[in-house]
Design a protein around this ligand. Structure first.
Ligand SMILES: Cc1ncc(COP(=O)(O)O)c(C=O)c1O
Length: 326
């Protein structure tokens, strides 16, 4: 018999798929292979980090059943934590960035937990008002508050080293094993940077020459309160040209060879191409990584190379956005 006893057994071991339709349509001379993280039980790579963060805290005694697990999340981490907390019997609360899709709020609610938007919090509003409307100032005030409260286990995904560790221990080895070590370039988008950093740490130990490419949104692809209808790339952050205190502690620049900025339109085009030519429905940050990979594949020096694109989640989470048209 092969009957799983918990959703925690349905995380990891996601497949690699070569996008043969896209490669043919764009007449590329390299292999473009996506690692489909939507095969995780809650349909994103955040399942890995969420499970490891909870299990490491259980082992260290930092998390007990008297605590409320809390995260400040733009979506996928909150969804993964909510599902894992439901399965394990913990209380959970998600503070959510304003403007993320309704599906995300509702999924967390479906697991039985409350969500609170940043804009509902007086402390966040005050810090923003005092700092010229800076979203970062509001977020940092909330985080400082959470770190100092008792009865809370703040998962702190941007500074919790269990996050990159799980990708070093699972995502990286899976890519290495499924390609028999024949991988030339790995491309991944950066939210906390946990995925690309952990993967890079493992892969660079196996072969220094594998190129690790981190993908960030260009400035116009970031959510902005003055432009609520702007097309954005969800879940990823800029790491070049930003202040040091805006860079998550989980980014390991020592294993990143290059950072590429991608526009929302280019990310969407790439995701649409994968949907129409290969029947693969990706989210916008996967589209961003895919666009970067396509540009890399077009270069003469990359002819015949094997490029693995980490695709963090599914397009199903973005059907109410501009990604696939409204
Ligand atoms: C939408 C989205 N984009 C990008 C990422 C990359 O994640 P990180 O850099 O935080 O590991 C994730 C992780 O699941 C994600 O959900």
């Amino acid at each position: 018999m092969n009957i799983k006893q918990s959703i925690t057994e349905l995380i990891g071991h996601t497949p690699l798929l070569e996008l043969n339709g896209l490669i043919k349509a764009l007449d590329l001379d390299a292999h473009i292979i996506v690692k489909l993280e939507y095969f995780n039980v809650n349909m994103s790579s955040k399942d890995r980090a969420a499970l490891r963060i909870i299990e490491d805290a259980e082992k260290s005694g930092e998390l007990t059943y008297d605590d409320v697990v809390v995260e400040t999340t733009s979506g996928n981490t909150g969804i993964s934590l909510a599902a894992i907390c439901a399965a394990k019997g913990y209380n959970f609360l998600a503070y959510m960035q304003d403007g993320v899709t309704k599906e995300r709020y509702r999924t967390i609610n479906a697991f039985g937990y409350k969500t609170i938007s940043f804009s509902e919090l007086e402390s966040v509003k005050k810090a923003m008002a005092e700092n010229g409307g800076s979203f970062m100032a509001g977020l940092n005030a909330l985080k400082a508050d959470l770190r100092s409260q008792d009865g809370i286990f703040y998962t702190d995904q941007c500074f919790n080293m269990s996050n990159p560790a799980v990708h070093r221990d699972t995502t990286g080895p899976e890519i290495w094993e499924d390609t028999d070590g024949e991988v030339d370039i790995i491309v991944g988008s950066v939210g906390t940077g946990g995925t690309i950093s952990g993967v890079g740490q493992y892969i660079k130990k196996k072969n220094q020459l594998v190129e690790i490419v981190a993908v960030e949104p260009d400035e116009d692809a970031m959510p902005h309160p003055d432009y609520p209808n702007r097309s954005v790339i969800d879940g990823i952050e800029r790491i070049s040209d930003v202040a040091d205190n805006e860079i998550p502690g989980t980014v390991d620049f020592s294993v990143i060879d290059r950072i590429v900025s991608v526009s929302a339109e280019d990310a969407y085009q790439a995701a649409r191409c994968a949907a129409r030519k290969d029947g693969v429905l990706l989210g916008s940050s996967s589209g961003a990584a895919l666009h970067a990979a396509i540009e890399i594949a077009k270069r003469e020096e990359n002819r015949g190379k094997r490029i693995v694109v980490i695709a963090p989640d599914t397009g199903l989470r973005y059907l109410s956005t501009n990604l696939y048209g409204r």
